[in-house]
Design a protein around this ligand. Structure first.
Ligand code: MN
Length: 418
């Protein structure tokens, strides 16, 4: 089959003819195997990104980097370092992503990858800030235990600090070396490192550790986001490990929900958290909606459970506000009053949420759904427990309009929602 035919078959245009990430003359893998190159590029550059809009471009590049390091790639890693630089990633971020592989893959793969990145930096005359460590021999244990505690909870922190029971040596190594020497470094923040650790473990396929780190990611990201992050490992680790990771994600979500559901007795979580502590508070990516998320909706925060954002997209003629709800966020029961006309129209624009009128069943809302709320009807609206949600709220003009805010939606009622 001719390359042109192949590309037409794959629905590709100029994917292969021009490479905007590699400078002219730079060696590219598969120069004679153009059909495999076309299949690979179509999958990595087109299909996987199209299926994973939640994962930001920078995070995609970092996931690709650590995947390639873990898979001991040479040619593709060199290309990816060049692409990451071209995408605006700092050389320090690239190096730190590679360093982050050391405690999971061991030094050999990491050192080889550093050599590849360094020779490219040298060829491109890229300068690097070499002082990124933040701990000393005295502070690394404490700092590592702090990072462990932040990501995994107090039990882990205490285990590392007490270190006397069980196997103190491995607990000490994990806290001081794995977390203290790497997670504390400048160049990548703690949450990004935890995302990359999960990606490294997806590639390694070490299941108990992967499940633990999927659990840690579910404390800072939605299940949907974690799923999409896993798909970004697929071109590098293949289907069997991806399928295993997706199964572990399902298990971790179910376990987190059963441990921290509305019937849990811990009582330490706030109302929104108690309903679903597995949800993410990471902001959705820019591609998530055609409308911006706007600013924190502080003026109305007292009438909401969880965090919401507001962007007034029209202040004239008819007021139109764009409201974004973080997962599990919803407004209190309320009534839009009017002597004549009035009421509210909701148009769902992104994510998944709910609307309910007093005494009626709850209605699920997805992008494109429209709700007409007559004046005088008691109701609430908000996000699903595991998804961000966004709707336009249109104020229907009327005479003598006012809003009456009432009690919050009970955890018992909201907790029944999926
Ligand atoms: Mn309303």
């Amino acid at each position: 089959m001719k390359l042109g035919t192949m590309m037409t078959m794959l629905g590709m245009g100029a994917v292969l003819t021009a490479c905007d990430c590699c400078p002219q003359g730079e060696a590219k893998a598969l120069s004679q195997d153009k059909e495999l190159r076309a299949v690979m590029d179509n999958f990595t550059q087109n299909e996987v990104p199209a299926a994973t809009p939640l994962v930001e471009k920078r995070e995609v590049e970092l996931i690709r980097l650590v995947s390639l390091v873990t898979q001991q790639s040479g040619a593709l890693l060199q290309e990816e370092v060049a692409t990451a630089l071209a995408q605006g990633l700092a050389p320090e971020e690239i190096l730190e992503a590679i360093y982050q592989c050391a405690p999971y893959t061991g030094f050999p793969r990491t050192v080889d990858a550093v050599e590849i990145a360094r020779s490219l930096f040298k060829a491109k005359n890229v300068k690097v800030d070499e002082n990124r460590g933040t701990v000393t021999a005295q502070s690394r244990l404490e700092a590592g235990a702090d990072a462990q505690g932040t990501l995994f909870g107090q039990t882990f922190r205490d285990m590392a600090k007490n270190g006397k029971s069980g196997m103190p040596t491995i607990n000490y190594f994990l806290a001081s070396n794995c977390f203290g020497d790497y997670y504390t470094r400048k160049g990548l923040d703690l949450n990004t490192r935890e995302l990359l650790t999960m990606a490294i473990l997806v590639n390694l396929g070490t299941e108990p550790q992967l499940k633990a780190h999927i659990g840690a990611n579910l404390k800072i990201r939605t299940a949907e986001y974690v799923e999409q992050a896993i798909y970004n490992c697929l071109p590098y680790c293949g289907y069997p490990r991806t399928l295993n990771a997706l199964r572990l994600l399902k298990e971790a979500v179910a376990e987190a929900a059963s441990q921290q559901g509305p019937s849990a007795s811990s009582g330490t979580l706030n109302a929104a958290g108690a309903v679903n502590a597995t949800v993410a508070k990471n902001m959705p990516s820019k591609d998530w909606s055609v409308f911006p998320v706007g600013k924190p909706n502080d003026a109305y925060a007292k009438y909401f459970v969880g965090k919401s954002y507001l962007d007034m997209i029209s202040k004239e003629q008819v007021g139109v506000g764009n409201v974004t709800f973080e997962p599990a966020c919803r407004n209190n029961w309320h009534i839009h009053h009017a002597k004549k006309g009035g009421g509210q129209i909701l148009i769902a624009t992104a994510g998944r949420g709910y609307y309910q009128e007093w005494g009626k069943p709850v209605v699920e809302l997805k992008p494109g759904d429209v709700v007409n709320i007559p004046a005088g009807v008691k109701h609430w609206h908000g996000a699903a427990p595991d998804s961000w949600f966004q709707h336009l709220a249109i104020e229907v003009p009327g005479e003598g309009t006012s809003n009456e805010w009432l009690e919050p939606v009970s955890d018992e009622d909201y907790g029944k929602l999926k």
